[in-house]
Write a protein that binds this ligand. Structure first.
Ligand SMILES: [Fe+2]
Length: 393
């Protein structure tokens, strides 16, 4: 199957992957032959991209380490947790400054979230990632149809766990990291009027208030389980940066890999937080959560390794491009540059990622440089020294 922009979908195209709404209820099942009317409905519901099954790409399957079933299960679990927090914090009528004052004064009881359920969700995710065995993060195009905060939490969690796996984390370590990642932004739920505002519309004061959310995430998790120690510490540090320029405590990172083998200083970031901070930034760059600019996976990772190099643990930054599939399987790409010069300007569908080097996937060439259809040919770019692709979609 292949990923197609909703604008390019035609009546009669067959849906490759089922579609769900913001509440994770099924909208259309895979295999459905799309009608004009259905396509208009999907556009109205803000689906940007869908998977299409066709003869040409029938052998191409999306490569994701977490199945749709586990994704839906985790999302439902998370939605329930988020909902219970929103309902317990009766802040809907207060101004953000008033909420902050009340939170800081400790005048309100923390909602009691069921930490055991969140841990269970993290366990399912980790089990599946371990079972799958592949070290690949399929970075799919951002879809406005999804419940943004849930998708963000889930994607940050999967990426964090995969980074942990790369550093040979034990199963238990991955589950702790996963639990913290699932809940890292729950502190934002404290501010009902601010959490959904586009970043460009936030005033300076509102931005400063929102910067308190890691502390409130920590308080909410502690409220859910007073005996939990690691997860609250990690969520509180998810906006700290390696160079000490983050918030709320301007903690620094350590120069060595985030593993148990290295002794860390007391006043430095927790090793899980170093991972979470990097995974969180990557997903925020994709979604435009910081500056309103949505970046492609390749742009986001390049941005991190060039413009934000000092902000992240160098070992984590080195590992991320090996994990992130910048050109998702099924996506249309243009080959901009190859060392040998062959296929430059040609278009094709990503047929399979290359675990050795994510920048050189297997490609099914479909169109010549003038975008004229050609006989489909599969090409392997792994022998090229350097390859530059452009995600066309
Ligand atoms: Fe955050």
């Amino acid at each position: 199957m292949r990923i197609v922009q909703i604008e390019k979908v035609k009546p009669g195209d067959v849906l490759g992957k089922s579609l769900y709404n913001k509440n994770y209820e099924l909208v259309v099942s895979a295999g459905f032959k799309l009608t004009e009317e259905m396509i208009s409905t999907l556009k109205r519901r803000e689906y940007n991209y869908i998977y299409i099954m066709d003869e040409l790409t029938k052998g191409i399957m999306p490569e994701e380490v977490v199945s749709e079933t586990i994704r839906i299960m985790t999302n439902r679990q998370l939605a329930e947790t988020f909902e219970s927090i929103k309902n317990n914090l009766a802040f809907e009528t207060f101004a953000p400054e008033e909420i902050k004052k009340r939170m800081d004064e400790g005048c309100c009881e923390m909602p009691s979230i069921r930490m055991a359920s969140v841990r269970k969700a993290a366990t399912h995710l980790v089990d599946e990632i371990l079972q799958n065995g592949r070290e690949i993060f399929a970075s799919l195009p951002i879809d406005d149809s999804a419940a943004v905060d849930l998708q963000h939490s889930l994607d940050v969690t999967i990426l964090s766990v995969l980074i942990g796996q790369k550093f040979s984390f034990t199963e238990e370590e991955m589950k702790q990291l996963g639990t913290a990642a699932l809940l890292h932004d729950v502190g934002k739920l404290v501010f009902p009027t601010l959490r959904d505002k586009p970043p460009a519309e936030l005033s300076r004061e509102e931005r400063m208030i929102l910067r308190e959310h890691p502390v409130y995430s920590m308080m909410i998790i502690r409220g859910g389980d007073p005996n939990s120690f690691i997860e609250p510490v990690v969520v509180q540090q998810h906006h700290e940066y390696h160079d000490g320029s983050g918030y709320p405590n301007r903690l620094k990172g350590e120069p060595f890999p985030p593993t148990k083998a290295f002794k860390r200083g007391r006043q430095t970031m927790h090793r899980y937080a170093e991972i979470l901070s990097a995974a969180n930034m990557y997903d925020n760059l994709l979604r435009g959560n910081n500056d309103g600019v949505k970046r492609s996976p390749a742009e986001a990772i390049t941005w991190m390794v060039t413009k934000m190099k000092e902000k992240f643990n160098p070992h984590i930054l080195r590992i991320m491009p090996q994990l992130i599939q910048c050109y998702p399987t099924g996506a249309l790409v243009r080959i901009d540059k190859t060392t040998s010069g062959s296929y430059e300007g040609w278009y094709g569908i990503v047929a399979r990622s290359n675990d050795e080097d994510q920048s050189k996937p297997l490609i099914l060439l479909t169109h010549d440089p003038n975008y004229k259809e050609s006989t489909p040919t599969q090409i392997d770019l792994s022998s090229e020294k350097e390859v530059v692709l452009d995600l066309v979609l």
